[in-house]
Design a protein around this ligand. Structure first.
Ligand code: SAH
Length: 256
């Protein structure tokens, strides 16, 4: 057996198989062992002889260690992540485990295969809202305190970034999105476009564009990403009940 095992952290994209890169597909097909949340593994076509290790719990670090252990036994391990594996996902847990783990793990062949992250898929559905500077903030307070999240949000609003909000809501924290949009409403105009993109690339996809003033009552779940426009973000109405195009111009006009 190949003494030097490998671990590849693969991005599956947001859900549409056409948004899976050929490199990610090839890595998935070449794996001896596939590790990941069950819901993600269900999206991966079966390969003969491949072992699957699905999980539903939250201990990403434990799963990363399990994968690294298997790789150090000479196996070709793939961890599958939704979207891009480096964006609020497993790749960072893998490197944290490597840094804290036995020195032998540093000699493994560890790679990351990028994927289309949710904000890119959502943006593409409405036009070009990320045409100028933007940032991404996870509203999940499992791994960081809410005070840090609120502070980053205020800083991003003050700097006039277009802001993508990942992990907007869950049963355990139903009010966080409303709080975040409340902070945004203090600092941006009421007619700022806010995009709610749910399950993009999946059969149950839905995309809405709301005014910030109305956005607080919109519903969002964990399959939703929200994009708050900058002060320069514009909307082009199309009529006929079709959602508008939303874009952020490439140029910023300065007044002296
Ligand atoms: N690694 C993933 C993000 C993981 S965090 C990526 O790069 O996309 C999980 C959050 O991503 C969800 O709560 C949601 O905010 C967003 N998300 C993931 N897939 C999505 C999809 N298909 N449509 C809309 N949002 C999605």
């Amino acid at each position: 057996m190949n003494a030097r095992g490998s671990l590849t952290v693969v991005g599956l994209g947001p859900g549409n198989p056409q948004w899976l890169t050929p490199a990610a597909s090839a890595a998935l097909a070449a794996a001896s062992d596939l590790v990941g949340y069950r819901a993600y593994l269900d999206r991966v076509p079966a390969t003969l002889g491949q072992q699957r290790h699905g999980f539903d719990n939250r201990s990403e670090l434990d799963r990363a260690r399990l994968a690294l252990d298997m790789a150090s036994q000479g196996r070709r391990v793939v961890i599958a992540s939704g979207g891009d594996p480096g964006v609020f996902a497993m790749a960072a847990a893998v490197f944290e485990a490597v840094e804290l783990g036995p020195p032998g793990w540093r000699r493994l062949d560890i790679r990351v295969e990028p994927g289309v992250t949710a904000v890119l898929a959502a943006a593409a559905r409405v036009g070009a809202p990320l045409g100028n500077d933007f940032c991404a903030i996870s509203l999940s307070d499992n791994l960081k305190p809410w005070t840090v999240i609120a502070q980053r949000l205020r800083a991003a609003l003050a700097a006039d970034f277009v802001i993508a909000l990942y992990n907007p809501a869950s049963a355990a924290r139903p009010t966080r999105l409303a709080e975040a949009l409340g902070i945004a409403a203090e600092m941006r105009r009421p007619d700022t476009p806010v995009i709610f993109a749910r399950a993009v690339g999946r059969p149950d996809e839905s995309v809405l564009v709301e005014d910030l003033a109305a956005a607080r009552s919109a519903v969002a779940d964990m399959a939703t990403i929200i994009v708050i426009g900058a002060t320069t973000t514009r909307r082009i109405a199309r009529g006929g009940g079709i959602i508008p195009y939303v874009y952020t111009p490439r140029g910023i006009v300065t007044r002296c």
